[in-house]
Design a protein around this ligand. Sequence first.
Ligand SMILES: Nc1ncnc2c1ncn2[C@@H]1O[C@H](COP(=O)(O)OP(=O)(O)OP(=O)(O)O)[C@@H](O)[C@H]1O
Length: 290
Amino acid sequence: MAVELKDVCYRYGDAEVLHGVSFSIGRGAKVALMGPNGAGKSTLISLLNGLEEPSSGTVSIFGEVLTAKNREMARLKLGVVYQDPDDQIFSTTVEEDVAFGPRGQGLSEAEVEERVRVALGSVGMRELRKRSPFELSYGQKRRVAIAGVLAMRPDIIVLDEPMAFLDPKGRDDLQSLLEAMHLMGITLVVATHDVDFAAEWADEVLILKEGRLLASGGTDLLFDDAVIASADLHLPRLARPFRLLEGVDGAAARPKTVRQAAQMMWRLMVRRSEADAANSDVQKKEAGAK
Ligand SMILES: Nc1ncnc2c1ncn2[C@@H]1O[C@H](COP(=O)(O)OP(=O)(O)OP(=O)(O)O)[C@@H](O)[C@H]1O
């Protein structure tokens, strides 16, 4: 397992905000961590990279329970891209910022340069490498923050709300980048409120509510009315037309995944065009008979 939580509780002072959370994430998985505001997603992320310690329970990375002693090991294996890139960026140029992590790993300057080059290339920012990161747009800063984590070559990357404030093209680009990271073999955990993205991209979903794991499993959870209602989510857009058609004679049942929704729409369109063609044949025959 890449990540394993056993009965994890966490307190801010007297207030317990995570209550006995347990789950595991396999190597190479694409996981969407979901749940309403205040559910505990960011808190959970700070436990994953050892920034905070659980009040009770354990967090393991590749089978090793995190302790104060091996926290640094966790940071090498698991990188976090925080919600606000300004929390993560501080150097005077983009390339210096991306070089910071690998340099801290004690790598040679040649290796650091190579890692910076590859990481900036992966996020499409090589041309802006000499710029000050503080002069960049929000979306560009987020790419620099991702490059900084990629340059550390972690096995697991956790991204907190990476789609927030990105324009539609920026979201598509980020989704392609996540796919590329997955193909590199990186285990990915993305905290997100974006149901459409999660339904399309993830292969597993973890849903938190009020500090408890409400549900975990495949993306079919996001098509389940009971789960949606209790997790304050909404149906993925692709599934909504099917809900409107529920109860209509001859309408298809509700899809359970994005792929199934697309296939069902395709079948409905084919059926419709066959019906149109048959209608026009009848009309032609009737016109001919007159
Ligand atoms: N520094 C803090 N001190 C005290 N309580 C905190 C602190 N940070 C978060 N909390 C509380 O912990 C709970 C979980 O917050 P957290 O930020 O982890 O939720 P989240 O799921 O990431 O929310 P969002 O979707 O809004 O980002 C909330 O009730 C919040 O008020």
